[in-house]
Design a protein around this ligand. Sequence first.
Ligand code: SF4
Length: 85
Amino acid sequence: SHPYTQALLAASPKPDPEMATERIALKGDIPSPISPPSGCVFRTRCPHAIEACAQTVPPLEEISAGHYSACIRKELLSNTAVARP
Ligand code: SF4
């Protein structure tokens, strides 16, 4: 459900071309781990970042049973758990 997870899943190869999803290309440089950005550390590459993302470290919250995400933009987070094989 997290925007970073969405980008990772969109980039993974799909064995069935009919299951292919639109790729999410992350732009920007990967931040330095010794000098991470303020607020959400993903904000410099997140396609959904807003000004508030620089002010607040998003808390890790349970969004559905057993599934957690850290993002202040709750409207972006899916409540649907990803089925695991
Ligand atoms: S808190 Fe902001 S920058 Fe971080 S993942 Fe959510 S929308 Fe993107």
